[in-house]
Design a protein around this ligand. Structure first.
Ligand code: SAH
Length: 220
């Protein structure tokens, strides 16, 4: 890795954090993490100049890194405190994973595309983020290795329904943030006050556009 964290990168990150404040992000832990995590490492070097714009960008395998404002909003809705066990579905570039690690969470993250998994796992390790990365279908959560239940679950791809397996791996009292819908998604925050659906408190936070959550693994 030859790229550095230059004064320019630092300045652009400060500007990005200020932009996030203007957009209504108030959780200081989220803002601090965004000021620290070097988003340019999570992108192809050709995209270096765009790394601190509030844009989604291509990361290969027909996937995208989420807008910084989307990462900020999901992280804020998740209401994470240090030490919490967080399950993330859709590792992608690893940027959201790194933000959660910086916030002190113990992160377990699942990606279905082998190409991204193979790239992102070593990157996170090289940058010192101690997330546990898994290749698998996030609709199933992390069933084969039982690290759950989780305090928080974050889904970073558009799901057509609320995955039962994920809800069952969430602690009682836990929170899941998930964009729900096929073409366009509505951001939901679900607080699991009990096992029955009637006990779930569902709050809505507006429209977003995510790549779809797909079934199965893609080993290609
Ligand atoms: N948080 C990531 C978002 C990447 S886009 C980032 O900011 O970089 C969403 C990711 O979800 C893609 O990498 C896609 O391959 C992955 N994905 C889609 N369906 C999935 C599933 N069922 N299980 C796990 N990952 C999935």
């Amino acid at each position: 890795m030859t790229r550095q964290d230059t004064f320019k990168h630092k300045g652009l990150r400060e500007r990005l954090v200020a932009q996030m404040r203007k957009k209504g992000i108030t959780d200081e832990a989220v803002l601090r993490a965004m000021g620290e995590v070097q988003r340019h490492w999570f992108l192809d070097s050709a995209l270096d100049a765009l790394a601190y714009e509030d844009r989604a960008l291509k990361i290969g395998c027909e996937q995208t890194i989420s807008h910084p404002s989307t990462v900020a909003m999901q992280s804020q809705l998740l209401n994470v405190t240090p030490g919490m066990k967080v399950l993330e579905i859709g590792t992608g570039s690893g940027y959201q994973t790194a933000i959660l690690c910086r916030m002190g969470a113990k992160v377990f993250t699942v990606e279905r595309q082998k190409g991204l998994f193979d790239k992102t796992r070593p990157l996170l390790a090289a940058l010192g983020y101690r997330a546990r990365c898994f290749l698998g279908d996030g609709y199933q959560g992390l069933q084969e290795v039982n690290y759950g239940p989780y305090d928080r679950i974050i889904v970073t791809c558009g799901a057509r329904e609320i995955p039962d397996a994920l809800m069952s791996q969430l602690k009682t009292g836990g929170i899941m943030v998930i964009p729900l819908g096929e073409e366009e998604q509505e951001m939901l925050r679900i607080t699991k006050n009990g096992d029955r659906r009637e006990d779930w408190q569902i709050e809505k936070f507006g429209a977003y556009s995510f790549v779809p959550m797909l079934d199965g693994r893609n080993m290609g």
